[in-house]
Ligand binder design. Structure first.
Ligand code: UD1
Length: 420
């Protein structure tokens, strides 16, 4: 079992290329099967969640092949419509395949995704959207069986702007007769990424980035090429790391507008952030002050996925900062692990209050979930002595190589077997 060993106290300086976006590429990979053709996904991050998607694509009969950091997916031979339970369990967001399989095959069967480390993850809105398009769904026995001899365009109103439900609705609507309209759609940048790829395949999706998305279905689709954008959450993680440790870092090839709420929080805490074109830079003296309450919200609000990293950045700030988590029920599991390192965090339901301490000390800690695991690494970078982070399978879902990236910025961090 490998672990991450972090020796705290280094400033972070230099330039980094940010990996491709996890949440951007996963719906794009599901979308490849809406067409029967050859697709090329460039700048595809190497992550266990991508491996899980590739395993599903292969099970469905698609051919996949890596060419450097491009993933080629040939969906012409796809001949299955069901995903076995073992593959579904690998990745919670595999439910995104439901709409895509249905659009291609007129039927789909996969196991119920169930909960995850962030709490219950219902899919009622995904299913309501598919039903609105004419799918019949049988939910008995932990398996979802969907059928639609014909999908028909519909007006879909989402009760909440769910990212996954919006993606599933778009994918299924590509196979429906007529033009569907999705109201109260999620506005996350990942929707624009999905729209761009589908349109490159000949689809007609409009409005991504706004709350109303239209999908003209049953277009003649063909294979397509897509370049995955930079991962805004990985970017946020490393900005928070440099903010807390002190330093001067720069990322190229990023869209700084996607991170405006995160950079505003870091500026309020005392960092200098400059952005120009496709570049963002952050300078920090490493002494942060507490900031106004941070409330997570759907895009363009403060991203729930960046909450653990910002919390970690403020552990040694002067004063107290309140966090209010509005998206997931159970998203402070990293707080107990951070406390082992000397952090002072009080959690009550959806609220957490971080009171800055003078110093953190290294400790052996366990990742509890993907972004919570990254928060532990950030705390380790600030702590006196060595921190050992275990259960890296969580971090591997979303970070290509956190040790590679942070050491490139000057951190002392190494991934190795524990007993070496
Ligand atoms: C996506 C992201 C995840 C991010 C989240 C919120 C991917 C692969 N994952 O997850 O990293 O944290 O957006 O930005 O892109 N809900 C329901 N019923 C549903 C669907 C969702 O009640 O049918 C609720 C969820 O429990 C949650 C909220 O809606 O409280 C938002 O979830 P959603 O936007 O769907 O998140 P995901 O798409 O799962």
């Amino acid at each position: 079992m490998q672990e991450l060993f972090v020796e705290g106290g280094r400033r972070l300086c230099g330039e980094l290329t940010i990996q491709g976006s996890k949440n951007g590429v996963l719906p794009v990979l599901a979308a490849t099967i809406v067409c029967a053709g050859e697709c090329r996904i460039e700048n595809c991050p190497r992550l266990s969640d991508v491996d899980a998607s590739v395993a599903i694509l292969r099970h469905l009969g698609c051919h996949t092949q890596w060419e450097g950091n491009a993933l080629l997916v040939d969906t012409r031979q796809m001949d299955r419509a069901e995903v076995p339970d073992a593959l579904m369990r690998e990745m919670r967001s595999s439910v995104i395949f439901l709409g895509a399989i249905l659009a291609r095959q007129g039927e789909a069967a996969l196991s119920y995704p169930g909960g995850c480390e962030l709490g219950p993850r219902p899919i009622d809105m995904h299913l309501a959207a598919l039903r609105a398009l004419g799918a019949e769904i049988d939910e008995r026995g932990g398996t979802l069986r969907c059928r639609a001899d014909v999908l028909t365009a519909a007006e879909i109103v989402l009760p909440l702007p769910s990212v996954g439900a919006t993606e599933n609705a778009i994918l299924a609507a590509c196979g429906a007769e007529g033009t569907s309209v999705i109201y109260n759609a999620a506005r996350e940048p990942e929707l624009a990424e999905l729209q761009a790829f589908l349109n490159a395949m000949g689809a007609e999706v409009r409005g991504a980035g706004s709350s109303v998305i239209t999908v003209a279905g049953k277009r003649q689709l063909h294979g397509g090429t897509h370049r995955v954008g930079a991962d805004r959450i990985v970017e946020a993680t490393y900005l928070c790391a440099a903010a807390a440790c002190g330093g001067d870092i720069r990322f190229k090839g990023v869209d700084y507008r996607q991170l405006s709420t995160v950079t505003a929080a870091l500026e309020e805490a005392g960092c200098a952030v400059t952005s120009e074109g496709e570049q963002i830079s952050l300078r920090s003296a490493g002494v942060l002050r507490a900031i106004r309450p941070v409330r997570t919200a759907p895009y363009p609000g403060f991203p729930t996925d960046a909450q653990p990293a910002l919390m970690a950045a403020l552990l040694c700030s002067t004063g107290s900062t309140v966090f209010v988590e509005n998206i997931f029920e159970n998203r402070y599991r990293h707080a107990d692990e951070l406390a082992r390192m000397g952090a002072e965090i009080r959690v009550a339901g959806r609220v957490a209050v971080v009171s800055g301490v003078k110093a953190l000390h290294g400790a052996a800690v366990k990742s509890t979930d993907l972004r919570g695991g990254a928060a532990l690494v950030l705390a380790g970078l600030q702590a006196e002595g060595e921190t050992c982070v275990s259960q890296l399978e969580h971090i591997d879902r979303g970070y290509e190589d956190v040790a590679r990236d942070l050491s490139a910025l000057g951190a002392q961090i190494e991934r190795r077997e524990k007993d070496r």
